[in-house]
Write a protein that binds this ligand. Structure first.
Ligand SMILES: NC(=O)c1ccc[n+]([C@@H]2O[C@H](COP(=O)([O-])OP(=O)(O)OC[C@H]3O[C@@H](n4cnc5c(N)ncnc54)[C@H](OP(=O)(O)O)[C@@H]3O)[C@@H](O)[C@H]2O)c1
Length: 262
C-alpha cells in the first residue's frame, strides 16, 4: 500500500520547527503526504512549509502554538478539523539536565506537560477518526533514556519512558484495526536538543543525524512496536538489561553527571 493510502492524505508533526520534527516534515512530504506543522516558531515553519510545497508538490498548513498553553491541543484540533489526519507524529519535546533540586520547578512541570500530556491529548483528537477509517499511524518520540533510570536527566528520562510504553501499548491495542503505532528511541542526535536542555558538556558524544533517525522510523512504522536508533545504542540497551538495576543506574549516572556541570 502507498504511503498516502495508508497514512494520508495528511500527517501532523509537532515540534516541526527544528531538529527531528523538521526532518519528519521533509521525509513525509517526500513520500507524498500533506503536512500540518505545529510548534511555536512560525517563521521557521512557514519557510519549511514553503520549501516542501515547492519541492514536493504537497499541501501544508502551519499551526503556530505553544502546545503547553491552555486548550492548545483542542485549538490544534479545531484548526485541522477539515483535514483527514492519517499520521500523528508526537515529536515536540525537550529535556532538562541537572540534579532534580537544581532545576526550575515550573520548567520541569512544563516539560512533563509537553512530553507526556500533549501526546495523550493529541492522540485523543486524532485516533478515533483513524479508527473510523480503519487506517492510520502514530509515532511517539521516546529515547534511549527511556530504558533505564537517568540520574541528572531524571524527569526527562521518565517522560520518555512514558512515550515508549504508550507507543508500544497502542501498537498492540490497534494493530489489528489498521493503526500502526511506533515508539522511536534515538540516542543523542544533532538537533537543538542539547542547547535547549542546557547540557554543559557535549564532548565525546557521537550524535546521529536527524535524517538517519527519521528514515529508520519511517522504515519500521507498521513493522514493530518500537525501535532504537544506532548499533551502539542497541548494544548499550541490551547490556543494560543484563546487569542489576543499580549497576545500570550507576552507569548512566557516570555518563551524565559531568555533562550538567560548567
Ligand atoms: N536530539 C536528541 O538527542 C534526542 C534524543 C532522543 C529523543 N529526542 C526527542 O526528539 C524530540 C524532538 O527533539 P529534537 O531533538 O528535534 O529537539 P529540538 O531541535 O529542540 O526540537 C524540539 C521541537 O519541539 C518544539 N517545541 C518545544 N516546546 C514547544 C511548545 N511548548 N509548544 C510547541 N512546540 C514546542 C520546538 O519548536 P518551537 O521552539 O518552535 O516551539 C522544536 O520544534 C523530543 O521529543 C526529544 O525528546 C531527541
Amino acid at each position: 500500500m502507498q504511503w498516502h493510502e495508508k497514512y494520508g492524505p495528511w500527517a501532523l508533526v509537532t515540534g516541526a520547527s527544528s531538529g527531528l520534527g523538521a526532518e519528519f516534515v521533509k521525509q513525509l512530504a517526500a513520500r507524498g503526504l500533506n503536512v500540518v506543522l505545529v510548534a511555536r516558531r512560525e517563521q521557521r515553519m512557514a519557510a519549511l512549509a514553503d520549501d516542501v510545497r515547492r519541492s514536493r508538490g504537497v499541501a501544508t498548513r502551519v499551526v503556530p502554538v505553544d502546545l503547553t498553553g491552555r486548550d492548545a491541543c483542542r485549538r490544534v484540533g479545531d484548526q485541522t478539523s477539515d483535514l483527514e489526519i492519517g499520521l500523528l507524529v508526537n515529536n515536540a519535546g525537550f529535556g532538562l539536565f541537572g540534579a532534580y533540586a537544581d532545576l526550575d520547578p515550573d520548567r520541569m512541570v512544563n516539560m512533563t506537560v509537553l512530553n507526556c500530556v500533549v501526546p495523550v491529548l493529541l492522540t485523543n483528537q486524532y485516533l478515533q477518526p483513524m479508527l473510523n477509517r480503519g487506517r492510520g499511524g502514530l509515532i511517539f518520540l521516546a529515547s534511549t533514556a527511556a530504558y533505564q533510570a537517568t540520574p541528572y536527566l531524571g524527569v526527562y528520562g521518565a517522560s520518555k519512558a512514558f512515550n515508549l510504553l504508550m507507543g508500544e501499548s497502542l501498537w498492540e491495542e490497534y494493530r489489528t484495526r489498521g493503526i500502526d503505532s511506533l515508539a522511536l528511541s534515538p540516542g543523542f542526535t544533532k538537533t537543538e536538543f542539547t542547547s535547549v536542555a542546557q547540557m554543559k558538556d557535549a564532548s565525546g558524544l557521537r550524535e546521529a543525524t536527524p535524517g538517519a533517525v527519521v528514515a529508520l522510523a519511517l522504515r519500521k512504522l507498521g513493522k514493530r512496536p518500537s525501535v532504537i536508533h544506532g548499533l551502539a545504542n542497541k548494544v548499550l540497551n541490551f547490556t543494560g538489561r543484563l546487569i542489576p538495576r543499580r549497576a545500570a543506574i550507576a552507569v548512566t549516572s557516570a555518563m551524565l553527571k559531568g555533562r550538567t556541570m560548567s
